[in-house]
Design a binder for this molecule. Structure first.
Ligand code: COA
Length: 382
């Protein structure tokens, strides 16, 4: 054993990408590897997606139980009341270029929200909960303000649900009930998925006893990458590039032959498919029917068939979400920010759980570089 590796570390077992490592314990979410099943706080995702509102799910993730009618209405009112942006965020918005990447914008804007958060001095449970509610409420407002550059956020409609208001803010139109339902389901499906890269980034940051806003800023940076949240945008760009179902076989075949990745397929944990993908697929199809535009759904299904046949790879949640968002009239570069609007509920639940039962996250690495090199004075170096 190397001198550098001490207690508990086995240099023969390096877990690249931390694959298969149980890096902590959590009571928030259970992912079933074998059948792609998913439970939030014990509740099956199929039931939550069909029957709950996003507000109920956010409450469940944060508080650990489903709300009764009174609790839900108080929580929803608090969310709606918290939507207006604080002054520091409004000032920041005036300085942002409208051509900035929306994920870069959100990462910076959330950091700005932390500057004058009234509870910024504390990581206690009740203060973290208030911060979480403000973040869930204000991230959509930030996004809407950015969309309506030069920075005056359009007014929210307090009579609309979180999902319907989000669509209203981003499209400028009050959505029909089915469109609002698609957004609701999508927000529920994206809300939480245990130790994915962005949630783990949030927990690593929180584990040094840094604050909620710092942890969420880390998470947004991690989510941006195309191997994680950035995949939904990449999927829609690919569908547009393919153009139509008649080009699907050739396009995908060529990319696979070049050993390129097809975005929206595969998963580190779910190798046999993802129940969330099946749920959003159903909504994407019905949306296509209702909008009399099945083109993107049919093209996506053809790609799914090809990927299963050639690579035994299954679509993940991002794949059918991409065309659903497109048919809802949302700009493609807002697909990953929409993921943020949802996952903020899971991230903040994890930050609270980390702070409530903290141990610094600090793994080891196996050193592979040279050792004991002679130090040469600068004049002797080639
Ligand atoms: C998500 C992802 C990073 C998981 O990767 P992973 O667990 O590290 O799996 P690996 O990268 O080791 O891939 C295993 C094999 O499957 C292939 N593979 C995985 N995902 C693929 C994809 N989307 N398209 C084509 N091939 C893929 C890899 O090329 C590799 O093949 P090889 O063994 O012949 O080299 C990967 O599936 C991916 O890049 N998917 C596309 C991006 C995406 O949709 N991200 C959202 C995830 S929810």
């Amino acid at each position: 054993m190397s001198d550098s590796i001490g207690r508990g570390a086995d240099p023969d077992r390096i877990y690249h990408g931390l694959e298969g490592v149980l890096a902590g314990a959590s009571a928030i979410c259970d992912v079933e590897e074998t059948n792609g099943g998913l439970f939030y706080r014990g509740y099956r995702i199929e039931d939550l997606a069909e029957r709950a509102s996003f507000e109920e799910v956010a409450y469940l993730l944060l508080m650990g139980k489903l709300p009764n009618r009174k609790e839900l209405s108080a929580f929803s009112e608090e969310l709606a009341r918290s939507r207006p942006l604080p002054e520091a965020a409004r000032r920041f918005l005036k300085t942002v270029s409208p051509t900035a990447n929306p994920m870069d914008f959100l990462r910076t804007a959330v950091s700005f929200l932390g500057l004058d958060d009234p509870d910024r001095e504390s990581n206690a449970h009740s203060e973290n909960l208030r911060k979480a509610i403000r973040l869930i409420a204000q991230i959509p407002s930030l996004l809407a303000a950015f969309r309506s550059a030069p920075g005056e956020p359009p007014p929210s409609d307090p009579s609309l649900s979180h999902a319907a208001n989000l669509l209203y803010l981003l499209t400028g139109r009050r959505p029909d009930p089915f469109s609002a339902k698609v957004m609701e389901v999508s927000l529920i499906l994206y809300a939480e998925h245990e130790f994915n890269a962005s949630t783990f980034a949030a927990r690593v940051t929180a584990s040094s006893l840094s604050d909620m806003h710092s942890a969420v800023t880390s998470a947004i940076g991690s989510l941006k990458g195309p191997l994680h949240g950035g995949a939904n945008e990449a999927v829609m760009k690919m569908l547009l590039e393919i153009g139509g179902i008649e080009n699907a076989e050739r396009y995908i075949g060529k990319r696979l032959a070049r050993k390129e990745r097809i975005m929206g397929f595969g998963h580190r944990v779910l190798k046999q498919g993802d129940v969330r993908s099946k749920i959003i697929k159903k909504y994407a199809e019905e949306l296509g029917e209702r909008k009399k535009d099945r083109k993107w759904f049919d093209l996506s299904s053809r790609i799914e068939e090809k990927m299963r046949r050639e690579k035994e790879l299954y679509p993940n949640l991002d794949f059918y979400s991409a065309s659903a968002y497109y048919l809802l009239g949302l700009p493609i570069e807002f697909d990953t920010p929409l993921f943020v609007c949802s996952r903020i509920s899971g991230w903040s639940a994890h930050v609270m759980e980390q702070h409530d039962h903290n141990r610094l996250i600090r793994p080891r690495c196996f050193y592979t570089g040279p050792k004991d090199l002679p130090y040469l004075p600068i004049e002797h170096r080639s």
